[in-house]
Write a protein that binds this ligand. Sequence first.
Ligand SMILES: Nc1ncnc2c1ncn2[C@@H]1O[C@H](COP(=O)(O)OP(=O)(O)OP(=O)(O)O)[C@@H](O)[C@H]1O
Length: 197
Amino acid sequence: MSALMIRDLHKSYGGLEILAGINLEARTGEFVALVGPSGCGKSTLLAMIAGLETVTSGEIWIGDRLVNSVQPKDRDIAMVFQSYALYPTMTVRQNITFGMESRGVPKAEQAEAVKRVAALLQIEQLLNRKPGQLSGGQRQRVAMGRALVRDPNCFCSTSRCPISTPSCASTCAPKSRSFTIASARRRCTSLTIRSRR
Ligand SMILES: Nc1ncnc2c1ncn2[C@@H]1O[C@H](COP(=O)(O)OP(=O)(O)OP(=O)(O)O)[C@@H](O)[C@H]1O
């Protein structure tokens, strides 16, 4: 079974069709990069997968569940926005643990999760800094860390992937919008959405 399956997905804003019949399948552990010109609908597609944008027609399946009408909070999807949306007064560590803290996750478990994502994203040395003391790419990695500690079903990022490996780099354009399905990456596929303008 695919972790994510999209069937004949359409999206229109008013009379303007943005996405016309997207089909996509991704298995657990698979990394998919969406590549296309500015304004062609990459972020819109991710927002529909996350449930932040309505579907005009077509189907989105996560595992064996049709999620078209499922609330975003019930989809188990983590999303990283282009603006990163970090809390400026909190340290990197506090930004990453904020969600776990709110859910009452034990401190030892929080520390273990921070250690895991900080190592993955190579931000161990930045944990006590605040977002204003980071470069753009470092902020992006912190935003990804905050999403990854949730260990979500599906991870969507509307920004360039900063953790790409040499094998990913062969298929992902350097400035592609990308998303990974689960946190373990095994193979890469790229899907190009052509501009309809
Ligand atoms: N709420 C909205 N109402 C009307 N049009 C919208 C809305 N949101 C996005 N659009 C339009 O939909 C199209 C797709 O936008 P989207 O943000 O998905 O593009 P993108 O491929 O992610 O672009 P970029 O690479 O520049 O971030 C654009 O032409 C945009 O202007």
